[in-house]
Design a protein around this ligand. Structure first.
Ligand code: TRP
Length: 370
């Protein structure tokens, strides 16, 4: 891979991603200003993740809105591969999904793919991925979803429901097709090869069109699902994609830092957050204060600034002030990091309380096989 090339697949993301190029490569559509305004109009307000291009691309969003305006609703679906604790990047599509759910009054399905992570991670047992599925469910519930209109699917628990749908999907996917999309080889385990049909299954769980907010790395699965849909007499799933959330070390993050130091987990305590940000968050600042004051910092590559932009500072005016101050050299890297640390810790304090309360709630959210 050349220096300015990049890879985006569900199981491997590498390099500095050029999102316009990615849209072309994947064949998706950029979210235009017109579409943005249309969503705002129907929702009655805009969302900072849309305004800032955190959600930047889509498939068939227009059809979803056309149908919605004619009185035909849709449902929402997203998911998580439980390979460990939830980190703050995972919350991006979930928070946005919650907003969509509130604005469009839809039902929501959340899939936890304990099987997938067992297949794709050599060192994880099925017991471990299942344990993480239940842990990750707490983070999802903590964001304010309600059991009346939100169902959590755990693959190994709900296989009875998923399997008949997955089977219909699987029959329409041939090996050369998945191989081309995911780059499978002869030593790929066959769980992985079948898996895409399980991630497709929730798309067809209701007799309605589905809209999926998701990280763009998951698009390849649904490209396949969209090809299959008409062949099994179902509407194609619509998608709305968010950008990848950079590791603390930055997009081309050094792999030498241990995995847990590349990100902030929702279970991290305040002190850990402080240490991780101070030690690892890639800085767009100058090597010393004098130079920083003179030349200013680069917020566009600064991970602390990016975290504020992506998630932790919804207020556009405040964000702009930080941007300007950092760029002019008025704000130092340490000061910027402090703002982020305080924002994250404030968020996590609240989140962790709700997360613990969610333990008694989980049962009500779990999808029941009929
Ligand atoms: N494969 C996803 C992951 O590794 C989990 C997932 C399942 C998902 N269904 C989804 C993600 C639907 C987005 C949308 O995280």
């Amino acid at each position: 891979m050349s220096k300015d090339d990049f890879i985006v697949t569900p199981w491997h993301v590498e390099g500095k991603i050029d999102y316009d190029k990615l849209i072309k490569r994947f064949g998706t559509e950029k979210i235009s200003n017109e579409l943005l305004q249309r969503i705002e109009k129907i929702a009655g307000e805009s969302h900072f993740m849309l305004r800032r291009g955190i959600f930047f691309s889509h498939r068939d969003m227009k059809r979803i809105l056309d149908d919605y305006e004619k009185g035909n609703d849709f449902f929402l679906y997203t998911g998580r591969g439980p390979s460990g604790h939830t980190h703050i990047g995972h919350l991006v599509p979930w928070v946005f999904a919650k907003w969509l759910q509130d604005k469009f009054k839809t039902k929501m399905y959340f899939q936890l793919t304990d099987d997938e992570k067992f297949f794709s991670k050599p060192n994880l047992t099925l017991d471990e991925t299942k344990k993480y599925a239940y842990e990750n469910a707490l983070d999802f519930i903590a964001l304010g979803f309600k059991p009346e209109n939100t169902k959590i699917i755990i693959d190994t628990e709900n296989i009875q429901t998923l399997y008949p749908i997955a089977a219909r999907v699987a029959k329409k996917i041939n090996f050369s097709n998945t191989k081309a999309v995911f780059g499978f080889s002869n030593d790929t385990n066959i769980g992985m090869i079948f898996y895409t049909s399980l991630q497709s299954a929730p798309c067809f769980i209701e007799n309605k069109p589905v809209l999926i907010p998701l990280g763009v790395d998951q698009d390849p699965h649904f490209r396949i699902t969209r090809d299959v849909a008409p062949k099994i007499g179902k509407p194609k799933p619509a998608l709305i994609h968010n950008i990848m959330i950079p590791a603390l070390q930055g997009p081309g993050g050094k792999m030498s830092a241990s995995e847990e130091n590349t990100t902030i987990y929702t279970t991290d305590d305040a002190d850990t957050v402080k240490k991780k940000i101070n030690k690892y968050a890639f800085s767009g600042g100058q090597p010393d204060v004098e130079e920083h004051r003179k030349k200013g910092g680069n917020p566009d590559i600064d991970v602390s600034y990016q975290y504020l932009r992506i998630f932790f500072e919804p207020d556009d005016n405040k964000l702009k002030q930080i941007y300007d101050d950092y760029k002019s050299g008025k704000m130092l890297t340490g000061e910027l990091k402090l703002i982020l640390i305080e924002k994250i810790n404030e968020f996590l304090k609240n989140h962790q309380e709700k997360r613990e309360k969610a333990r008694d709630q989980v049962k009500k959210f779990l999808f029941e096989n009929s």
